[in-house]
Design a protein around this ligand. Structure first.
Ligand code: XMP
Length: 510
């Protein structure tokens, strides 16, 4: 495998995804991870990539790395900060650039036959994003490539497989970035490109069998991609010893509980559906604050789940659909970032239940989970689902929750989402939904004045929910949807469309 050491760059996860796309397994670790003190645990490592960073190597206390342990023994690739760090430590000169270089540049080769640049045409476009530059390289370093404004665009240490590049091969604006990473991980590190969804399934199922044996596992299903794929993997490993629980918290989409429960049963899963709608409405009564609503829902879920799990005699494990981005230790070299919204819906579950935790997907990115799900022949309806927040419609009904409001929003949401599906727009949108606003407005229906609710529709494009753009849905579609909603849903007389991006707005309204 390849290890990527993270110095806090916003692009580190992208490096991992690009390497995985080459069917080579890799992991991200913080630059100061304790594994570095334990050389034996690194024997399977075929290559190391050092990421970029918001820091400067010139800062006092800048993050550093025990290079001497690896240089000349394992192939190394420094990207941006990683490249500067290696040059700086070897006595090269790194200096702040007059202006921060951010954007496209073109690469010229100084050496024509470097393995790192194999099959990459001269003049190809690369993406730069750096405040410092390497001005002079140390002795024993060879410049491989430059750009118009950066002399040391790429270097190699003579007689070693140690490379540094100033640009970012992981972003798509570096047109040959994938080829460069392939040159590094395949040609230089000698990795085989055998890590595929099928090989993942085969090894994971075998590992789960060995790990769990004849024990029983309980797992909460949400209808989403992650918990569904985790359940099917566990089911393949341990069959009926997997006890899946699907809770109706009364905050799901219209008819979702029944439909999803049916498809789980169709997949052969041993699943129990629990109708706890009223319990959730009870704890939500009168709560208006979004964070309080989230806490109440998270707490109630734990109670309901625990009560159901207690009915399973001798259960030893808790299965979870945790995926890789949830567990990558984020390096906060710039200090901890503020919590905007707490997303840890069921954070306290493992601690409270005194069960061992098994997380079969905790090495996978979201798109990889989908690919594994496809190989497992899970229904496209489940795999292609838009993300849906754990607290469900509760954070789309602004202010307090009542069953009546849930009913209104479910009807509105169903019209919108079904419309997206029948118009062929659903798969082009990353996430969509409707919000019920705590606002009434005047309208006219027939000869009568109405004073009813306003709903907002929201549809966004995004990669991972961290940033998002509003989708320019066709006006005809919006007109038709608005008409249908106002005509069919009693209690709504006005529809608006949210045209805010994230940041500065967020995807959900609460
Ligand atoms: P925001 O609103 O923070 O949403 O831009 C980003 C993504 O996270 C989802 N989201 C949540 N998911 N529990 C969840 O499981 C939550 O409390 C929660 N709040 C927001 C949101 O739907 C979007 O996909």
């Amino acid at each position: 495998q390849i290890l990527i050491f993270d110095f806090g760059s916003q692009y580190t996860q992208l490096i991992a995804r690009r390497v995985r796309e080459l069917n080579v397994y890799c992991e991200i670790l913080p630059y100061n991870n304790e594994i570095l003190n334990n050389a034996e645990s690194l024997t399977n490592v075929k290559g190391i990539i050092l990421s970029g960073s918001p820091c400067s190597v010139l800062d006092t206390g800048a993050p550093t790395f025990p290079l001497a342990k690896f240089q000349g023994k394992v192939p190394l690739l420094g990207v941006c900060y990683g490249a500067q760090l290696m040059a700086h430590k070897a006595g090269g000169k790194v200096q702040p650039s007059a202006t921060r270089e951010y954007g496209r540049a073109n690469l010229h080769f100084v050496q024509s036959n470097a393995t790192l640049f194999k099959n990459i045409p001269s003049n190809s476009q690369v993406w730069m994003s750096h405040g410092d530059s390497i001005i002079d390289i140390p002795e024993g370093f060879e410049i491989l490539a430059s750009t118009a404004s950066v002399k040391v665009g790429g270097y190699k240490i003579a007689n070693q497989d140690t490379y540094g590049i100033q640009f970012h091969p992981e972003v798509t604006h570096t047109t040959e970035g994938k080829q460069l990473l392939q040159n590094f991980v395949v040609d230089i590190c000698g990795c085989e490109q055998t890590w595929t969804p099928d090989s993942f399934i085969e090894t994971t199922v075998a590992e789960l069998k060995a790990q769990i044996g004849n024990d029983k596992v309980v797992l909460g299903l949400s209808g989403g991609v992650d918990s569904s794929v985790a359940a099917v993997l566990l089911h393949q490993a341990i069959g009926k010893n997997l006890y899946a629980i699907f809770v109706d918290n009364g905050l799901l989409r219209k008819d979702e509980f029944e439909e999803v429960l049916e498809s789980y049963k169709g997949m052969g899963l041993n699943v129990t559906g629990v109708d706890a709608k009223q319990d959730f409405y009870d704890v939500l009564t009168g709560l208006k604050d979004p964070e309080q609503k989230r806490k109440a829902i998270g707490g109630k879920f734990i109670d309901v789940f625990q009560a159901e799990a207690n009915k399973i005699q001798g259960v030893k494990w808790l299965g979870q659909g945790t995926i890789y981005p949830d567990i990558i230790e984020s390096v906060s070299v710039k200090g901890p970032s503020a919590t905007i919204k707490s997303h840890h819906n069921v954070g306290g579950l493992p601690e409270k239940m005194d069960l061992k935790v098994v997380e079969p997907l905790n090495t996978l990115f979201k798109d990889e989970v989908r690919r594994v799900g496809k190989s497992l022949e899970i229904d496209d309806k489940i795999l292609g689902r838009h993300p849906f927040p754990g607290p469900g419609l509760a954070i789309r009904i602004l202010s307090d929750i009542t069953p009546e409001k849930v009913d209104i929003l479910q009807q509105v949401d169903a019209i919108f989402i079904n419309g997206l599906k029948t118009s062929g727009l659903y798969d082009d949108v990353w996430q969509a939904g409707a919000m019920l606003l705590p606002v009434q407005s005047v309208g006219v229906m027939g000869d009568e004045r109405t004073y009813e609710n306003v709903v907002a529709l929201r549809a966004v494009h995004s990669l991972d929910g961290m940033t998002a753009d509003w989708v320019h849905l066709p006006y005809e579609f919006l007109a038709e949807t608005s008409n249908k909603i106002i005509n069919k849903v009693k209690g709504v007389n006005r529809v608006v469309y949210d045209i805010s991006s994230k940041p500065p707005a967020t995807i959900e309204w609460e």
